[in-house]
Design a binder for this molecule. Sequence first.
Ligand code: AMP
Length: 230
Amino acid sequence: MTCKGKLIIILLGPPGAGKGTQAKLIENKYNIPHISTGDILRDAIDKNSTLGKNANDYMHKGELVPDDLVFDLIKERVENPDCKYGALFDGFPRNLAQAKMLMNIQYVKQSKNFFVFLINISDDEAIRRLSNRRYCPKCKSIYNLIHKIPERKKNGIYLCDNCGTELIIRDDDKVETIKNRLKVYHESAEHMINFFKELSVLHIITNSIEQDVFRDITRIIEAESTLEKD
Ligand code: AMP
């Protein structure tokens, strides 16, 4: 599907809500790039760039990295030609200041199709999902031991189905860090959610099953946007 004008989608929700999974499905359906600030920051840490060095300590503790780092990253990213017809933000904005910044950039102001989806799950469910998550440090594939179980194990350690690398638990998916991430989420998300509610762009998704969440999201986009079928 293509769209007249830009399609901008924001996915909100606690860590573990499945934003990354939905993002991949949305990206494929609407041909807009998936911009995950978490992925960009993790990549910067892997490359040991200045951004990575500045973000590292915050991320390992489950804290938010400073807003100015994220603003610069987003402003630069939306200049990329692949964002011409829109973008899907996952993990950004994270607080009211970031939400206001986003609404103020020209890129967003020009969009007629602007959607914010909040995928709601409980803290217990978030902890259950994240503590069962396994990550491939090489090809970045994500698994979980509840419903996306890797096929092979070596010496008790799961291997990536894709490239055979030993899977790890990401530092920020360790239980203590998860609890801190949830605390940070609750502290910083409320004002941002109210802000989007007042702008009448917020859609709350209460389903938690992957296919149902995607169905709800696409129904709303198709009912309310100026999208055209190819
Ligand atoms: P995520 O993969 O979205 O859960 O992000 C992992 C970590 O990256 C977070 O716990 C934060 O430390 C950092 N991070 C990602 N996005 C943002 C953002 N928009 N603002 C501040 N910190 C962020």
